[in-house]
Ligand binder design. Structure first.
Ligand SMILES: [Zn+2]
Length: 310
């Protein structure tokens, strides 16, 4: 059990702060702009409303740039509190997972679809060069970068200096409806999710700072130097999903990093029967057993570790 440093998180004052700082035609969006032209980076946070690290990072960034402790040399940074309604309630979402809501034909009566549509409309004609979507967790402390497999090469500079030891790489269609997929496919912007770890730990905000400032420094937008890693991070390619049916049960520990041997049965339910590993696999982002609903899309992802130098 992780000791909760912050006993009860109150979103109210943070929400008030972010509302006051809003300066775009999209609610809870703040633009910080340098005099000199340059790249545009969108930082989105708290698309899952109970993941505070995104909102906290946005506040930190606004305060530091306003006080002059951080100077943006060129370009602009857009800071977006993605799901303010769920954030206010400190709940993952109100109706649906907003990080699956960036799809065509949304049901606009549902708040998450409505918000996703507002975001799409606002950014439609804007040039966005990079997107970082900040996430955190309350149960364990998993930290990783998540990106489309095709970006591994392009974002090599990032992988050389990231503080995160794990990269989850998925193929097109592997995480449909996510905000990073949306910006990659519509704006061509390399878009990355940063899982910052447990938001009750101080390290989560440090991870957010490191990864965002690393990108800004590589783009020449801030003055900061980052050292190269000694060893590259481990890269896990998503090759499948854990299917879900009635009376779903995990037969392995539902934890990111759980190794599943070839031939091992890792889950069972009434619809799919026994799910057996066709090769050695590693489990990613599994849903806790009591939270798996039989109409969920999946209960987790199956990956294999890859070596890019091979
Ligand atoms: Zn999340």
């Amino acid at each position: 059990m992780i000791k909760k440093v912050i006993r009860k998180f109150s979103s109210k004052s943070l929400l008030r702060f972010l509302k006051k700082q809003e300066n775009c035609k999209l609610s809870y969006c703040t633009e910080i702009k340098a005099k000199k032209r340059g790249p545009t980076v969108l930082v989105s946070g708290s698309i899952h409303g109970d993941e505070h690290v995104g909102a906290k990072f946005i506040k930190y960034f606004i305060q530091k740039t306003k006080s002059g402790e951080i100077t943006l040399k060129k370009g602009r940074v857009l800071l977006l509190l993605a799901n303010p309604l769920a954030f206010e309630k400190d709940s993952r979402f109100l109706d649906i997972n907003m990080n699956r809501a960036f799809i065509k034909n949304k049901d606009l009566t549902l708040p998450e679809y409505k918000r996703a549509q507002e975001i799409e409309d606002f950014f439609r004609k804007k040039k966005i060069d990079y997107v970082i979507d900040l996430h955190s967790v309350s149960a364990d402390d998993s930290k990783m970068l998540v990106m489309r497999y095709s970006l591994l090469e392009k974002l090599h500079f990032w992988l050389e200096k990231t503080k995160l030891d794990t990269v989850f790489a998925y193929h097109k269609g592997g995480l449909p409806g996510t905000i990073i997929d949306y910006f990659l496919d519509t704006h061509g912007a390399p878009s990355v999710t940063v899982e910052c770890g447990n938001h009750f730990k101080r390290s989560a905000i440090e991870v957010a700072k490191h990864e965002v400032f690393l990108l800004l420094s590589e783009l020449g937008m801030i003055d900061k130097e980052y050292r190269r890693r000694r060893r590259p991070p481990k890269i896990f390619e998503k090759i499948g999903t854990v299917k879900v049916g009635k009376n779903f049960k995990w037969l392995v520990e539902p934890k990111t990093g759980t190794k599943i041997k070839k031939g091992e049965i890792f889950a069972i339910d009434e619809k799919n029967g026994k799910q057996k590993a066709k090769e050695d696999l590693v489990l990613f982002m599994p849903t806790a057993q009591k939270r798996v609903k039989h109409d969920d899309h999946d209960a987790g992802f199956l990956c294999k570790e890859i070596d890019l130098n091979q």
